[in-house]
Design a protein around this ligand. Structure first.
Ligand SMILES: Cc1cc2nc3c(=O)[nH]c(=O)nc-3n(C[C@H](O)[C@H](O)[C@H](O)COP(=O)(O)OP(=O)(O)OC[C@H]3O[C@@H](n4cnc5c(N)ncnc54)[C@H](O)[C@@H]3O)c2cc1C
Length: 388
């Protein structure tokens, strides 16, 4: 079988690339090893797909080359994707901080992509296992169906997270096979887990959550911290996890909107217990535990000035040292990927291998939490679709 374009992976980036290439009258075949397209899109955003973010800036992305993502994101912006969503009559809303979600379900986005593929004449081949990939004049892809020849080959196989939704390392292996560098991979947007000591200390806090400012090496994120039965999660922990380096400590400001020392001085003469005062701002279970571990609770009038200053400092700079992460099983995304030095930021084509393209999460461009990863998939898929 001969095609102009073969795309491996019917996820967000692969489908967007297929649609654009199909609109340019290329014969396009998408190979997907699962039984359905867009499995990750279906579960995204808790089933409501946080499909983009209208406050997007290039610095919402991590990459060895922070400039690489700029071109694609400027050529297919959140508003371009919103235009597509609106043309399909999909209702959406802004949840917070520019994050757009479907009012219905993520299935609306998958249906939209499917319809766009159909209109553009794209062929989709499900349950397709891809074997060897070689290149002479053309790319030759062997599958469990037949051998396919194509002028352009697009690798849109995503990252390593959530293997049950179809993730494989095929994209990274293909890059290496064609002599392209892949940067260090790690699970990102992932809950952190405690070592044995902390696990014992915090086990009774499982399910407790509060608003905090969490910092790691100069980066600060604000949002909910959640204690789990294994460690820490919640949106702000997921954000920090993408930057976190194993066994390093993170700093939590437990009272980001209040000056703890001022609060203490305002109650300086009172007999209120420290843990009761803290539970005005933090969950009671947490403040009791925190006092037990960091500042044994007494009536406020019994502390010296210096002790109160120290406690206030700890409230704003509480440090905790997780042991690891929940790994790819629970990571929303894989950080790292095909080295951007190997690719053209304008077309996503490999500089060394004419006709070979990499789009979406398989590339070393990792978005923060909030719709940025899907937007990268749309944008990188779109630009590649203009050149394949
Ligand atoms: C639980 C969860 C929730 C998320 N929520 C959001 C969100 O709300 N907003 C957001 O922006 N991002 C979210 N993300 C991240 C987002 O889903 C991904 O960044 C995005 O889907 C990446 O698109 P992609 O096309 O590069 O990869 P994918 O969407 O993962 O698509 C890759 C495709 O390739 C297929 N494939 C892999 N290997 C092979 C092979 N060897 N042969 C054939 N096919 C193969 C896979 O089955 C899959 O269909 C979430 C991720 C997870 C896991």
């Amino acid at each position: 079988m001969k095609k102009d374009v073969v795309i491996i992976g019917a996820g967000a980036a692969g489908l967007m690339c297929a649609i654009e290439a199909g609109k340019r009258n290329r014969s396009v075949l998408v190979l997907e090893h699962m039984n359905k397209i867009g499995k990750k899109i279906r579960v995204s955003g808790g089933g409501h797909c946080n499909f983009t973010n209208i406050n997007l800036r290039p610095d919402n992305y991590l990459s060895a080359n922070p400039h690489f993502c700029k071109s694609a994101l400027a050529r297919f912006t959140p508003y371009d994707f919103i235009g597509m969503v609106e043309r399909h009559g999909i209702e959406y809303y802004e949840k917070e901080k520019g994050q757009l979600f479907c009012r219905g379900t993520s299935g609306d986005i998958v249906r939209m992509l499917y319809e766009e593929c159909r209109n553009a004449g794209v062929e989709l081949l499900m349950n397709c296992r891809v074997g060897s990939i070689t290149k002479a004049d053309h790319f030759c892809v062997s599958t469990n169906f037949n051998r396919i020849e194509a002028g352009s080959l697009v690798i849109a196989t995503g990252g390593l997270s959530y293997p049950e939704l179809g993730a494989t390392d095929k994209g990274f292996r293909t890059a290496v096979r064609f002599g392209l560098k892949v940067t260090q991979l790690k699970p990102a947007l992932v809950p952190l887990v405690f070592g044995r000591n902390d696990l014992e200390k915090f086990s009774e806090l499982s399910g407790v959550s509060f608003d905090a400012m969490v910092g790691f090496r100069g980066r600060q994120f604000r949002g909910e911290v959640l204690f789990t039965h294994r460690g820490l999660s919640g949106p702000v922990i997921l954000q920090v996890s993408s930057y976190w380096i194993r066994r390093d400590e993170i700093t939590i400001d437990l009272m980001p909107d209040r000056d703890a020392y001022e609060l203490f001085t305002s109650k300086r003469k009172s007999r209120i217990e420290l843990s009761n005062l803290l539970s005005e701002c933090l969950p009671r279970r947490f403040s009791r535990k925190w006092c037990e571990l960091c500042a044994p609770s007494r009536p406020l009038c019994q502390y010296t000035e210096k002790e109160l200053k120290d406690i206030a400092h700890q409230i704003h700079h509480w440090t905790i040292r997780p042991e690891g992460t929940e790994g790819y099983r629970k990571a929303e995304i894989t950080a790292g990927g095909v080295d951007t030095d190997e690719l053209s930021s304008k077309t996503m084509e490999a500089k060394k291998v004419t006709g070979l393209y990499f789009v979406g999460e398989v590339v070393d461009v990792t978005g923060q939490l909030g719709g940025y990863n899907l937007q990268w998939a749309w944008s990188s898929g779109f630009v590649a679709g203009q050149y394949v």
